[in-house]
Design a binder for this molecule. Structure first.
Ligand code: NDP
Ligand code: GUE
Length: 300
């Protein structure tokens, strides 16, 4: 470990900047067209981590001048009741974006629920229609977490074309759409997961390493190619030696910083960008719903 210390990519500051741009467009939509973007967030059950996250989304939605609609349903809510609510939100002209917080309680079929959201209001980009559009190079609503990662990569590296990228994780909400976006940017993409043989060796190929496994400290300094850009998506709640709860990513940040050229911290990295991208997606959905072009550069 001989590096001088990586540049820390400040997701918190980038997210504040993006939210500021969104707020400017929201104000203009209001004065020029009398339209206010509306974002509905649906939370089923009492998962404390989800509750914190839904609260901060609600606060930031209002801060950028959008209308936030929050629907908190008890954990035992029937699938049919949730589907009925989504049906109402789909036709509500004041709602331009719909997000159903995941995971859902086990008795509810997640794919069915996501499939019930109108694709043009699917600000998470989880509907198969949006996933298919992304995969085939059509204009799509892009999942917020990978979109935030892409923005940070572009900030750090500029053009990504020809880069060697490795994504650790193959979930529908992070790993797979991240791989699709990087492919679209012209990267050579490897997707690794729990069955990958010799993950350290695979990771060492990466000029761009995205860690989205949900395993605290998985990625060690020896896994990182000198000069790589490392994006840490992991949000892990751990108890430290003093018995304090804190958040940590999937990367051993201190050690990795000595090898990488640039790295995102946790907290203050991908998380805040995810929420800012959600608001950018809601703004874009509102513009399209009113036949207006979506602002340039705020989404993918
Ligand atoms: N910052 C943000 O905004 C967000 C952060 N997150 C965080 O990102 C992380 C990933 O989330 P999500 O994709 O939903 O998680 P999932 O649990 O759905 O997926 C995890 C993926 O990582 C793979 N994996 C798990 N352990 C290992 C391992 N030891 N080695 C290699 N691969 C492994 C799994 O492989 P396999 O498929 O073989 O099981 C799976 O593909 C979590 O910490 C989550 O909290 C998630 C969403 C947003
Ligand atoms: N339909 C749906 N869409 C999602 O996008 C979605 C979801 N369900 N379920 C849960 C995951 C997780 N996720 C996070 C977003 C922001 C932070 C975030 O802002 N984190 C702060 C810290 C917050 C804290 O202190 O707890 C940070 O990293 O700095 C974290 C996690 C979105 N998810």
């Amino acid at each position: 470990m001989t590096g001088a210390g990586a540049q820390v990519i400040d997701g918190k500051a980038m997210a504040a900047d993006l939210r500021g741009q969104v707020a400017g467009h929201v104000a203009r939509l209001q004065t020029e067209h009398g339209v206010t973007p509306g974002l509905a967030v649906v939370l089923v059950g009492e998962d404390p981590a989800s509750a914190v996250y839904v609260r901060s989304k609600g606060r930031m939605t209002r801060e950028v001048g959008m209308t936030g609609f929050e629907h908190r349903l008890p954990a035992e809510t029937e699938e049919a009741t949730l589907l009925r609510l989504i049906g109402q939100l789909n036709v509500d002209p004041n709602v331009h974006g719909i997000l159903v917080q995941l995971p859902l309680p086990a008795h509810i079929d997640e794919a069915l629920v996501i499939g019930a959201i109108a694709p043009d209001k699917d600000v998470d980009g989880f509907h198969v229609t949006n996933i298919g559009r992304l995969a085939t190079g059509q204009a799509a609503m892009v999942p917020c977490t990978p979109l935030g990662c892409l923005m940070m990569l572009r900030r750090s590296l500029g053009d990504l074309s020809g880069r060697e990228a490795v994504v650790i994780g193959r979930s529908n909400i992070v790993g797979k759409p991240m791989a699709q976006l990087l492919l679209r940017e012209g990267c050579t993409v490897t997707v690794a997961h729990s069955r990958t043989r010799d993950l350290p060796q695979v990771a060492r190929r990466a000029e761009i390493l995205v860690a989205a496994a949900g395993r605290p400290g998985l990625v060690q300094a020896e896994w990182i190619r000198p000069g790589a850009t490392v994006i840490d998506v992991g949000i892990n709640r751990v108890t430290d030696a003093e018995g304090q709860q804190r958040l940590t990513g999937d990367v051993d940040f201190a050690a990795a910083s000595q090898v990488a050229a640039a790295i995102t911290p946790v907290p203050g990295g991908v998380g805040p960008m995810t929420i800012a991208c959600l608001l950018a997606n809601a703004l874009a959905a509102c513009c399209r719903a009113h036949g207006l072009p979506a602002p340039d550069g705020l989404t993918a």
